[in-house]
Design a protein around this ligand. Sequence first.
Ligand code: NAD
Length: 247
Amino acid sequence: MEKILSSLVFTNDVSALADCDIIIESIIEKLDIKQDFWEKLSNIVREDTILATNTSGLSIDSIAVRINGKHRFLGMHWMNPAHLIPCIEIIRGSETDDASTDAVIALAHAVGKKTTVCKKDVPGFILNRLQLAILRESISLVEEGIADIADVDACMKYGLGFRYAAFGPFEVVDFGGIDTFHHISSYLNKELCNATDTQKLLDDLYKEGNYGVKSGKGFYDYSGDQADKALKDRDEKFMKIYKALYQ
Ligand SMILES: NC(=O)c1ccc[n+]([C@@H]2O[C@H](COP(=O)([O-])OP(=O)(O)OC[C@H]3O[C@@H](n4cnc5c(N)ncnc54)[C@H](O)[C@@H]3O)[C@@H](O)[C@H]2O)c1
């Protein structure tokens, strides 16, 4: 760890980045600020420098509007907490070339990460489209009085999420049987929540200023020292899963 930390260099001078092989930007999630940053940076660096943004959800093409060399620009979304979650989501813009994509994948693998590639610059990329689909149905189950919040979480943690830590949805279907899931989808798809606006349960908490662990209350209570304990517990569990499956 000391060796890693001692090799880091901090600077406010963007010209210090002129000779980098790759630049991964992780500044505030505001489009105009990212556009300004990249316009400036892309004109300072070498022509073969790969340019990556850690944006969680801004359009890659929108960030790239004033970039010099759009073919070498792409999304490299590290998932929070980045030191524990193995996966990095790589998002291609409409002009990103194969060489830049392959180089970023190779870099991620070289530092021990897994990758998932989003071939189109769509809202939510892959991770947040999957995450919000699950969240939308979870909120609906609670709002419809079908299950309590803790029971939805229990179903994910001890059931579905346990599977998903090891196998993706397509692998799960192959184990369960295409015929079985074909039958289920024929009657269940039309029953699922298709809300297009933010749902009330989430909206109410937001309007009350209850933002979750960071404010001391969200769907659960984190007052007093419970927030610190919850974060420690989260990181310990992620580390156990990481060690069990990937170390
Ligand atoms: N927080 C997460 O969970 C998470 C997860 C994955 C990806 N991301 C993405 O990573 C990026 C950073 O997220 P964050 O939560 O650290 O954001 P943040 O709002 O805490 O800001 C990150 C940094 O941006 C700097 N900054 C602000 N204005 C700037 C400017 N004009 N020029 C240069 N730097 C400036 C700030 O000093 C700060 O250090 C965002 O694009 C975000 O979407 C965040």
